[in-house]
Ligand binder design. Sequence first.
Ligand code: SCA
Length: 240
Amino acid sequence: MPIKVPDNLPAKEILNNENIFVMDESVAYHQDIRPLRIAILNLMPTKETTETQLLRLIGNTPLQVEIVLIHPRTHTSKNTSAEHLKAFYKTFDDISDQYYDGMIITGAPVEHLPFEQVDYWDELKEIMDWSVRRVTSTLHICWASQAGLYHHYGVPKYDLPEKYSGYFRIRSRSRTCRCCGASTKRSLSPNPAIRRCAGKISRRCLNSKFCRNRRKRAFISSLRRTAGKFLSPAMPSTIR
Ligand SMILES: CC(C)(COP(=O)(O)OP(=O)(O)OC[C@H]1O[C@@H](n2cnc3c(N)ncnc32)[C@H](O)[C@@H]1OP(=O)(O)O)[C@@H](O)C(=O)NCCC(=O)NCCSC(=O)CCC(=O)O
């Protein structure tokens, strides 16, 4: 979240140079204060467990957060009841005219399937394209990060002999890229599957000079701490 400071405070420039988002009082004064709006596209078979895990983390803030749960219309869930989906979930068609501050796309146990054999692949592609236009920042978890890299950047996934998860050293190629949010160049990042793929691809990242020049290498986790919570092995049910 941006820090609100008095107009013209000298620290503002220093913090901006450290890539910390600082907002003038005058700008903050004109902001409409409203809940943070986050859409969760829940692709997991264990939907109720995943809801609890994510909401536990998202709820740990004094901010009001408005959540909308979405499930893929083009997939018939075997493990979640139709009643649960009807009561608590919307489909993409219901929300496609909205804007969101954030979106989370969960993993799914489909990592061994070619993307095109996932029965909601076309719908997911449409949602990912929409998220670039309508969502400020999208976090892709587990398989969704592979799907995002493939769809947005044409980066394929590779089968590994066994699950490869843990915290890996990543190297930010830019100190100023907001996506990395890093004041240090090297850091640890959680990564459930592919070594060079971690966390989130953000529109802000795509727009930065660094990422424009090196799109296919922009696999650096932003929101490291948040992604750390979401992707860490402390959530065993999302990691086989
Ligand atoms: C829920 C169960 C017990 C169900 O196992 P079963 O062996 O009976 O399988 P199943 O019911 O036939 O299918 C399980 C799920 O696979 C997905 N699925 C299978 N084939 C699919 C296809 N062609 N298109 C789309 N989805 C498909 C669906 O989400 C489906 O659940 P629905 O029809 O209900 O939707 C298990 O999947 C489980 O324990 N899951 C919890 C852990 C988990 O899911 N981990 C995923 C890691 S997350 C990840 O992203 C991994 C990425 C990575 O490691 O690289």
